[in-house]
Design a protein around this ligand. Structure first.
Ligand SMILES: [Zn+2]
Length: 290
C-alpha cells in the first residue's frame, strides 16, 4: 500500500520495539510555499516536520505538540507544531545563512524544547532538548533516552520534494531489547533515504528495510498542513501591540497588514477595522478557535 503524507505505525513481532515511518510531500511543499528557505534551513525544517509528526504519532494526547528551537546562531527561531490529529504547521526565521553551514553552525547556543499542550493537563508539559552538534535527530534521540527514558532510534531525511523519517522505540515495561538487535535495527533505520520515500511511506518499504524481521504494520494515518490562525487571533496580537502603535501604523500606510508566518495568509485592517478592534473587545474573538 502506497500513501503520501502518511505515518505508518508498526511493531516488531519478535522484539519489544515499536516504530513509525512517515512521509510528507504536499504538507512539506505547502510549508515552504511562501518562504524562500536557504538549503541548510530547509534541511532542519524538513527534519523538524518529520520528527514532530513522529513524536505526535508516538504519544497518546489530545492537543498540540510543539518543537521549538531558539538560537543565537543564524537559525534564530524554528517552530513546528502538530495536533494529535497530525495537522502540521511550521516556520523558521534565519539570517546570514551560508550554503555550506552545518547543523552545529546554524544552532549555536540554541535552546530547544518539546512542549505538549493537552486539554487533559492543567498546564503544558515542556521537555528541554539538549542540542547535539551532529543533527536534530541525534538531539532528539538523546532527549528520548535521557529525559523520557525511552531508548529510541530516529532517522530523518529530506529533499526539495518531500521529507520523512523513521522512529524506533523500545517498548517500556517489556523485556529489554537485546543490544545486538537494537544496534542492528538502528543501523537499518539509518539506511532510509529521501529517495526511498518518493512513492510515500509504504508497508513494502518497511518490509524491505527490515527484511529479516517480522514487522506488523498498522493502518496509515494521514498528516496534512493546516494552520489554525484566525482573524480573531490577529486582532489579539494587535491589542497586545497597543492602540497607539496600531493606529500610527494604520495612519502611515492607510491600513495595517498582518501576514501569518505559518501559512502566509494576509489579513488587512483599515481604519474602520482598527477602530472596531479597540472599541469592540468584548464581542470580537467570540468565534475564535480554542
Ligand atoms: Zn496561518
Amino acid at each position: 500500500m502506497l500513501a503520501k503524507d502518511t505515518v505508518i505505525p508498526f511493531v516488531f513481532e519478535s522484539l519489544p520495539v515499536r516504530g513509525a515511518l512517515v512521509q510528507l510531500e504536499s504538507t512539506w511543499q505547502r510549508m515552504q510555499r511562501d518562504h524562500d528557505y536557504p538549503e541548510p534551513v530547509a534541511e532542519v525544517l524538513g527534519h523538524s516536520a518529520a520528527a514532530t509528526v513522529l513524536i505526535a504519532q508516538s504519544l497518546k494526547f489530545d492537543g498540540t505538540i510543539t518543537l521549538q528551537i531558539n538560537s543565537e546562531g543564524p537559525l534564530s527561531m524554528l517552530v513546528m507544531q502538530s495536533t494529535d490529529n497530525l495537522d502540521l504547521r511550521g516556520m523558521a526565521s534565519a539570517h546570514g545563512i551560508a550554503s555550506d553551514m552545518a547543523f552545529a553552525d546554524l544552532v549555536a547556543g540554541a535552546r530547544c524544547a518539546v512542549t505538549v499542550d493537552s486539554g487533559a493537563m492543567e498546564r503544558p508539559y515542556q521537555g528541554i532538548v539538549t542540542i547535539s552538534p551532529d543533527s536534530l535527530a541525534a538531539s532528539l534521540e538523546n532527549y528520548f533516552a535521557r529525559s523520557v527514558q525511552v531508548p529510541s532510534h530516529l532517522h530523518l531525511a529530506r529533499n526539495e520534494v518531500l521529507c520523512g523519517g523513521i522512529l524506533l522505540q523500545q517498548m517500556p515495561g517489556e523485556s529489554p531489547t537485546l543490544e545486538d538487535d537494537w544496534r542492528r535495527l538502528g543501523f537499518l533505520a539509518k539506511t532510509l533515504r529521501a529517495e526511498d520515500l518518493a512513492d510515500g511511506a509504504s508497508h513494502a518499504l518497511l518490509h524491505n528495510m527490515f527484511a529479516e524481521d517480522d514487522v506488523r504494520a498498522f493502518r496509515p494515518r494521514e498528516a496534512r498542513f493546516r494552520c489554525r490562525c484566525t482573524r480573531q487571533k490577529v486582532e489579539e496580537v494587535l491589542r497586545l501591540l497597543g492602540e497607539e502603535e496600531t493606529r500610527t501604523a494604520c495612519e502611515e500606510q492607510g491600513r495595517v497588514e498582518v501576514t501569518c508566518e505559518y501559512c502566509g495568509r494576509l489579513r488587512t485592517f483599515d481604519v474602520v477595522d482598527v477602530t472596531r478592534v479597540f472599541t469592540d473587545q468584548a464581542v470580537s474573538g467570540s468565534d475564535s478557535l480554542h
